[in-house]
Design a protein around this ligand. Sequence first.
Ligand code: AG3
Length: 280
Amino acid sequence: MTEFRENLHEGYAQSFGVVEVLFEETNGLQHLMIFESPLHGRVLALDGVVQVTERDNFFYHEMMAHVPILAHGAVTDALIIGGGDGGTLREVLRHSGVCATMVEIDRRVVDLCTEYMPSVGGGAFDDPRADLVIADGLRYVAETDRRFDVILVDSTDPIGPGEVLFTERFYRDCHRCLKPGGVLVNQNGVPFFQGDEVTTSHRRLGAAFRDAWFYTTPVPTYVGGLMTLGWASDDETLRHQSAETLGERFRASGIAPRYYSPGIHVGAFDLPPYIRDLLI
Ligand code: AG3
């Protein structure tokens, strides 16, 4: 069996057996590869970095969607930046009454994931509450007149096309696109290896919003322990919602996640000291 090696962190690699390469191309934006692996089902890698596996994507997508939506409590309009595989959209649309606009820069990611990894999107692109826009997210938030309750930035790491999605300018534009009491969340890497991302994002998110923080989730194929998701809002109380309030909203939502629970939600904001030390 051939192998796929991800070398995201210098001097360390994770490797997958490759049963079959289903698709590979370099387009004008990035290198895209989808392969079948023995343990994780199908895997999507962009520029050599694992983004999604069929087997473990639920951790990431559930935490990206349910934490801000249930903390907010009255979301009707969600904006997803990136997320071309459809996993975040899938989890967002589990909440009835929520409409989602998804702005993805690379149409190929949407088309190829729909074709080769349909379980990840789970048909979400066909939902009448989903509005797919193929555009540059940076530009979209700079120009749109629309306002959202939550913005979920489901990007690649800050290398390549995703880099601009980690700038203060982008966060300020997101702030402008949020209704009062809105929340921004973004993927912030694995701090055991990418600690500077937490430090930098904390500073930049804090310049654009009154409250900036992080919450954590494990994602087995994002190696290095817990990953952080960035959290920003002008309303600090939203990240201190009680397990009782979240539990009521959770039960009312009727969703049945595999990782998310109201207790995990509350605990995810209690940062381990090695991560808290990065908030300087
Ligand atoms: N995007 C986040 C990938 C992060 C990979 N980074 C890492 N392993 N440190 C995921 C897209 C899923 N919709």
